[in-house]
Design a protein around this ligand. Structure first.
Ligand SMILES: O=C(O)CCC(=O)C(=O)O
Length: 277
């Protein structure tokens, strides 16, 4: 039977914080937030970037011991910011997106192809909201250097992304912010180590990515392949590192949001002279 995720999450948090207000929990799934997203009048520029506020090391705070180099922050941004970001992303013209393939489309904020090396002029093409977010990610310690490129992924409910590693065009440091919908991301050994089985078989680690969460992977973990299965629900396994924190058990089934999923990937592209062949 599919999980009633709002209830499960509420239970987990109740255990963690006895004073929690149950009624306040369960928002953020994105399902039911359509009107708010469309009409949200949040001033996106309010995102707090004051020098004295940004004194964080979000990677270290949430680093997993399961696989060094991976860290998951459950609530990286607040609900207003998530709604505003989603609304802003969805205002980009249709021409900014790639053609939808197998239920997934991608937008490169900055215009240049994801595999092209970074050039100074790319900065001028990056919209202000993306620049603000890149700075925020860096200032909160979620990236070792300030990202300079953003990829937005939009998935239909049962779409995914085939196992891959992000390659040599970027520094070995990436962060994925989920804005709408939840899905399980799995990590497998990089090609050559696993024999390239395209992600079949048990992953080394997996995470349920919830709205507003930020997944960071860097160093050796950056070289792992990661992917999201093409299906309408995910099943918790013994490799799901954040299952316990979410009050989930092995075998629990998590239904995907019928409105699909929206994620923003922050990376730092290398310059032409530093890209390896
Ligand atoms: O949407 C996600 O969470 C994963 C995206 C991804 O793996 C990619 O864009 O390379």
């Amino acid at each position: 039977m599919p999980i009633d995720f709002a209830t499960v999450r509420a239970r987990a948090r109740e255990r963690a914080r006895e004073t929690v207000d149950r009624d306040a929990i369960g928002a953020g799934d994105g399902a039911g937030d359509v009107d708010a997203r469309a009409t949200g009048d949040y001033d996106y520029d309010d995102l707090d970037l004051n020098e004295n506020v940004i004194d964080d090391d979000v990677f270290a705070t949430h680093a997993t011991t399961v696989i060094p180099g991976i860290s998951l922050c459950d609530e990286f941004i607040d609900e207003d910011t998530a709604r505003a970001l989603e609304a802003r992303v969805m205002r980009e013209p249709a021409s900014s997106w790639t053609m939808k393939t197998r239920g997934r489309r991608v937008m490169n904020s900055g215009g240049a192809s994801p595999s092209a090396p970074y050039r100074d002029e790319d900065a001028r093409k990056v919209p202000m909201y993306a620049k603000t977010m890149m700075r925020y990610v860096f200032r909160r310690g979620a990236a070792m250097k300030e990202p300079n490129h953003v990829l937005v992924n939009e998935y239909e409910a049962n779409a995914g992304v085939t196992p891959h590693s992000d390659g040599d065009a970027y520094e070995e440091d990436a962060a994925i912010l989920t804005l709408r919908g939840r899905a399980m991301i799995e990590f497998w050994p990089s090609e050559g180590v696993s024999g390239g089985d395209e992600g079949e078989g048990e992953p080394v680690v997996s995470f349920v990515l919830e709205p507003r969460s930020l997944l960071m992977y860097r160093g050796d973990a950056y070289r792992l392949r990661h992917g999201i299965r093409e299906r309408g629900e995910d099943v918790v396994t013994r490799t799901t590192a954040n299952a316990r924190a979410l009050g989930l058990e092995v075998g629990d089934v998590i239904k995907r949001n019928p409105l699909g999923r929206l994620s923003v990937v922050f990376v730092r592209k290398k310059r032409a002279d530093s890209v390896e062949d």
